[in-house]
Ligand binder design. Sequence first.
Ligand SMILES: [Zn+2]
Length: 127
Amino acid sequence: MNEDKALYPPVDPVVTGIKGLCPRCGQGKLFDGLLKVRPACSSCELDYGFADSGDGPVVFVILIVGFVVVGAALWMEINVNPPLWLHFLLWIPLAVILSLALTRMLKGVLINLQYRNNARPGEIDRG
Ligand SMILES: [Zn+2]
């Protein structure tokens, strides 16, 4: 992690993460493309080497998108009873779009929270 002594005003990790911005300065971009994390902040040059959200965002995406899409499909099946092809046409693209958008937002939030709380893999201090 970059150890310079510059001071940055605190940023809200949830808002900054949803926007996909740097956890330290809240200005530079966090992502290079849709989901790939940049090597460093373009604004304050914070090294994003620490950023590892792992499976965290995906777990939330599976739970939230699964609830929304399956709930909507069940509601529609019971109340409208459309043909099967219409279910596929509606719910598969919706699930893909919601999953990609939500994964980006939640990955940003979790990386911002990781930086703010100084979270990292456990280490054994034998010194
Ligand atoms: Zn930055």
